[in-house]
Design a protein around this ligand. Sequence first.
Ligand code: HEM
Ligand code: NAG
Ligand code: NAG
Length: 502
Amino acid sequence: MQLSLGTVLPSLWERAPLQTLFLFCAILLILAQYLHGRRHHLRYLPSPPSLPILRNIFQMDFKNPQITIQKLAREYGNVFRTHVGSSSFIMVTGLPLIKEVLVNQGHVFIDRPPFPIHFHTFKSHGLIMSNGQEWRHQRRFTLMTLRNFGLGKKTLEDRIREEAGYLTEAIREEKGQAFDPHFQTNNAVSNIICSIAFGHRFDYHDSQFRELLKTLDNTTVLLGTWECQLFSMYPRIMKFLPGSHQKLFREWKKLETFVEHEIKQHKENLNPEETLDYIDAYLKELSKNNIHSSFDEENLIFCTLDLFLAGTETTSTTLRWALLYMALYPEIQGKIQAEIDRVIGQSRQPTMADKEIMPYTNAAVHEVQRMGDIFPFNVVRLATVDTTVAGYHVPKGTVLMTNLTALHRDPKEWATPETFNPEHFLENGQFKKRENFLPFSIGKRVCLGEQLARTQLFLFFTCLLQKFTFQAPPNTQLSLDFRYGMTVSPASYQICALPRVM
Ligand code: HEM
Ligand SMILES: *[C@@H]1O[C@H](CO)[C@@H](O)[C@H](O)[C@H]1NC(C)=O
Ligand SMILES: *[C@@H]1O[C@H](CO)[C@@H](O)[C@H](O)[C@H]1NC(C)=O
């Protein structure tokens, strides 16, 4: 394999575009895997022929692989297994089975798989990709610290409202002209986690921070490319090939450097009397000098980076879906604004207490998350011991994916599964919780920032609709096109924000 690549590469290099070359390699590798798989599988579970079903591989333009996957799910039911590289995957569909694996067997599927692409970036430290005692300690400490810094309290709400003020200001500067809201929403959302982690926000005109957000955006897109997925399957080959995985490693390094720089400054200014932010709190934990604990400088870097990454991309993507849906469904936008005008008016900013008496707005935010469906297959987990799912043997080391799209678009659960419709979360005009709605996942590894995200989504969304009406630019049609990356996010779009009061 490597030999033939070695001889073919140089001659193809000049004639064929890089993409073609990669496609060629990918097909060969997958074919080899397929033939290998055919001979060696013990068929414990209903299992289609080996096929890469990491969601991002969908980007490989093998003429719509989604269709193939859909067929598989239909043929193989609520749980099926497949192989990619040396990993075995199971895909679980339907609420009862998802609860079975994430809650009842939560202790079994508690780890993250050690994919090489993640090992090269997250280094298996921090919060998102760590496992075992290390994960447990880092997560507990972080949750406690977030609470100390105002999560679920008024102080954090105040911070978000203040930021929403800056955001509306920035959007007003667009003067109702068409603009891409990506950058402003990203900066506003990121500033909340930055205030908690670093103790300060970044001005929207700060060109260095703007560059950093661009880098962050690049990495989240790069993580979804199929070169990066191939890296996870064949790291030893991919390491020597050019491609977006190499770019990812370079961009990632920039993010690490940024966090290291913040930490260095915190060390210099550390005041033993005062703990101003997450890094301060962590540095104090470090100074306790417990040699047996997982609290070290490395984990400080990666926990902070994880908070920055997870706290920026997800919520900001959801808000961009929200603005898009508002422009696409003007009557719904009008109803939300009517509720805002009735409950809050124009003279004060929204609060979380308003949420309880604003069922329509609350339902709309939930509906944005249902339709946005930014993690279609959740975040992957790993079976830590041999177990049984739906009567099938699942060996230790199997990677678990749960199909959240199937929950969020189940025609048996939702009146209009493919259409944006806040009524899904309403009953007799009151907000109604829905079981088949798990954008933050469930169980012991449930999203650590769920409460923070919910607070931000409600307050930013309500503040924006209080002040603006979102519309497609004249003579253009907005679409729901999306891009794959770490999350599924709207393809970049232009929108007009018309001020509601002068
Ligand atoms: C709309 C916004 C968000 C969505 C939809 C979302 C969704 C998710 C999902 C599905 C997971 C995987 C959970 C699992 O494995 O079961 C996750 C994990 C995580 N999220 Fe979020 N998230 C959001 C916002 C945030 C925010 C604002 C933060 C910042 C504090 C955050 C921090 C994390 C962390 C640290 C993890 C890893 C938890 C662990 O492995 O223990 N998320 N999120
Ligand atoms: C997940 O569920 C959706 C909606 O039912 C379906 O279209 C898709 O094929 C499923 N994906 C997989 C990989 O099972
Ligand atoms: C992000 O990616 C684009 C496109 O590949 C590139 O032009 C740009 O320089 C990158 N930006 C940063 C800040 O890394």
